[in-house]
Write a protein that binds this ligand. Structure first.
Ligand SMILES: C[S@@+](CC[C@H](N)C(=O)[O-])C[C@H]1O[C@@H](n2cnc3c(N)ncnc32)[C@H](O)[C@@H]1O
Length: 264
């Protein structure tokens, strides 16, 4: 569920950027593996995908007239899985970006986990527009921006938020990056928990006082969840024209399906 919102935003913004021929730069500061094996021990333990991608996909497989980002998402899942009855692989942010970027665009993907990074390297090794680095994502971002040759583009920031300080630290890293590259698109994902730690992220970013058209907060609330994540959010600085509205439409489509499934 958490991934659906994040990945739809990613696809929507990247598809928008490909409308112009001019190359663009994309940075994934916390890229993860790129591809996830749903049968792995970790995935089986968390089973997060059950309320997200799997049920979502089942319900959408026969839907007609999907908005382009949803159709793309469905298509990529279908490409990765031989049988639609048993999904075993699902795409992560770096893989989706690699699929959308053109050879002239540039993708940088970072991960700082010894267990994750080799998978990321493997996922992206055949994409000539991609560079992976085993490095802290914020340090890596700082070294790339402002971009020298390819001037337009943006960043997906998707930390694990394992410690409370990570919310405030992420806000500060975004503010630092925005100061260096104010033209960039910044998309920051966060979980909505009981304790509402995410205000440490969203409040400093709101305090940037950007005009409405340059600042979006999108939150998807799961409803009556007693424990764990209550919903997910994204802050977007400089959302491309029309993308917030496009996402709102997809949120309605998805939330309707999600509520129906949860009521069963
Ligand atoms: C939520 S996961 C990323 C999921 C991925 N963006 C996706 O949508 O498929 C967060 C990732 O951040 C990585 N990570 C943690 N601390 C990091 C750091 N300081 N710099 C870069 N990556 C980090 C973790 O190893 C993990 O793979």
């Amino acid at each position: 569920m958490a991934d659906v919102q994040k990945h739809l935003w990613l696809i929507t913004v990247l598809q928008y950027l490909t409308k112009k021929d001019k190359p663009f730069l994309w940075v994934d500061t916390h890229a993860g593996r790129g591809l996830y094996d749903l049968q792995s021990d970790e995935a089986q333990k968390i089973k997060e995908y059950e309320s997200g991608i799997l049920r979502f996909y089942d319900d959408l497989i026969n839907a007609n007239d999907l908005p382009a980002p949803l159709a793309f998402y469905r298509e990529k899942i279908a490409d990765l899985n031989k049988s639609k009855d048993q999904l075993t692989i699902y795409p992560g942010s770096a893989y989706l970006a690699a699929k959308i970027l053109r050879p002239t665009d540039k993708l940088y993907a970072f991960d700082l986990h010894k267990g994750e990074y080799p998978y990321l390297e493997k996922t992206l090794k055949n994409y000539i527009h991609s560079t992976t680095r085993f490095e802290d994502g914020f340090k890596g971002l700082k070294s790339i921006i402002p971009p020298k040759t390819i001037k337009r583009g943006g960043v997906l920031i998707d930390p694990s938020y394992e410690i409370k300080d990570e919310y405030a630290n992420t806000a500060q890293a975004v503010i630092n990056a925005y100061t260096k590259w104010p033209q960039g698109i910044y998309m920051i994902w966060y979980p909505i928990l009981d304790k509402a730690f995410h205000f440490d992220l969203t409040e400093p970013l709101k305090a940037l006082n950007l005009p409405d058209e340059n600042f979006t907060i999108d939150e998807w609330h799961f409803g009556d969840v007693k424990k764990g994540m209550k919903g997910t959010g994204m802050v977007i600085l400089n959302p491309p024209y029309g993308t917030s509205e496009a996402m709102f439409k997809m949120k309605i489509i998805y939330m309707k399906k999600y509520r129906k499934l949860m009521a069963q």
